[in-house]
Unconditional design. Sequence first.
Length: 250
Amino acid sequence: MSAPFKVYQRIGDLRKLSAKDFKATVLIYADGYVSDAITAISALKENSQEDIAIYLLISGSPDLSSIEEIIDERTYVVQIVQGVGWGEAMNALIKAANSPYVIVMDPSTILMGDAITPTIAKLAEAEFSAVGWRGGLVNTEDEWRSVDDKGAGEVDVLFSYFLGLNKAHTLEAGAFNIRAIYYRNADIEFGLKLRQSQGRLWQLDLPLKQERHHGYYDSDPEYREAQSKKNYDRILQRFRGKNEILSPRR
């Protein structure tokens, strides 16, 4: 019996998931903890319109016995059996999206209201390439080793808990680094790439909450810290000291 969703061995085999065009596409990556993704998608459907697509990419071969219940005319699931890293997975989903805007969302993020309409509205103003829920300004005083959350407004970086993107601008900037097999700090690296390519980022207050972030708290600590460090080391090597690419301080 065939699966009710797309199944590929490798991410390079991924093709379009839908022939239908949408206003925006929400992209979710699940490396385990599929039940979190199902919960997030249920809340997403309750707080979004039918012209918003949902793409869920499942890395590896977890238990998918409950996945069929979320599939409908705007919700698409793809499984990459051999597994795929976060950056490469997100880039593939961005390219596959049939919409001018995409929203990268973590399975731990829960919509408490319509967070998508204001995100798209801000992106549609065409002044900002990325609009997100959490982010901040690079702290230059500690040699770029941290990010300070300054609240709503223009920022240097945005985090991937809920990150709205102009698809064309994202691809022009090179999207996420495929060497980022783990999510942490990959969003910071992308934000600075976007700034370097003249893109602007805006942090927005949105009706969202975050449940337990299994991808962080329940990952192997040695693996988490090693991969996080690899991602951040690339940031320091490529961007540290290039204050001219940063947004106005506030």
